[in-house]
Design a protein around this ligand. Structure first.
Ligand code: GDP
Length: 208
């Protein structure tokens, strides 16, 4: 049984799609605008302080970082961090290249079982998030939207951001695309059990 994601280790980085490991186990990709709290979320989930931060600087060369999730020393899944998504300091041509590569991963990666989309709860969904939803809608890869930094919101603001997010994804859900939403705070550990159980649902049916 996989209890949690504490036995997760850095495996490899890929600067291009062709450098990804063989798609042998289910992958869960983490995406989110810079500063949304993605690295902190991965670290909190895996109970490690630095796991996902190593990839943050300079941020340009690495397209994807792969972390293996171990269960009794077998890799049963991979968490995949996309540090380039929404990286603000890229030039226009670099951005287009990222879009091609990132879009390529999201559209075509056969091992991809689910996407965790980290969204700053104070901002809600942004243009890049909507593009990613549209890419994933084509192949109906499930998306779990994590509204981060919930500790910064009042009770009413939490209700409002959840309602707004649901309204935005309604048409996708009606079209049969599974998209779920939760509140999250790494600081206050709000939503950890919910996030772990969503990830396990994506991994376990095919791996155990
Ligand atoms: P990334 O660029 O998406 O990987 O974002 P980081 O994980 O580096 O987080 C960006 C900033 O948000 C950092 O200063 C974090 O300390 C802060 N942060 C991340 N998660 C939370 C949270 O749950 N609550 C609060 N209040 N701040 C957070």
């Amino acid at each position: 049984m996989l209890n949690n994601f504490h036995s997760t280790f850095f495996e490899t980085s890929a600067a291009k799609l062709s450098q990804c490991p063989a798609p042998s186990v289910p992958e869960i990709v983490f995406i989110g605008r810079s500063n949304a709290g993605k690295s902190t979320a991965i670290n909190t989930l895996c109970n490690r302080r630095q796991l996902a931060f190593a990839s943050k600087t300079p941020g340009r060369t690495q397209l994807l970082n792969f972390f293996s999730v171990l269960n009794q020393s077998n890799t049963i899944a991979r968490l995949v961090d996309l540090p380039g998504y929404g990286f603000a300091q890229l030039s226009q041509s670099e951005k287009s290249q990222w879009d091609i590569e990132l879009g390529g991963y999201l559209r075509n990666r056969s091992a991809l079982h689910g996407c965790v989309m980290i969204v700053d709860a104070r901002r809600g969904l942004l243009a890049l998030d909507r593009s990613a939803i549209n890419w994933l809608a084509i192949r109906k890869t499930p998306i779990h939207i994590v509204l981060s930094k919930a500790d910064k919101l009042t009770t009413q603001e939490k209700i409002n951001v959840q309602r707004r997010t649901f309204e935005e994804i309604q048409k996708h859900i009606e079209a049969g695309h599974t998209i779920t939403v939760q509140l999250w705070s790494a600081l206050k550990k709000i939503g950890l059990i919910e996030l772990e159980s969503q990830l396990k649902q994506w991994i376990i049916p095919t791996s155990l």
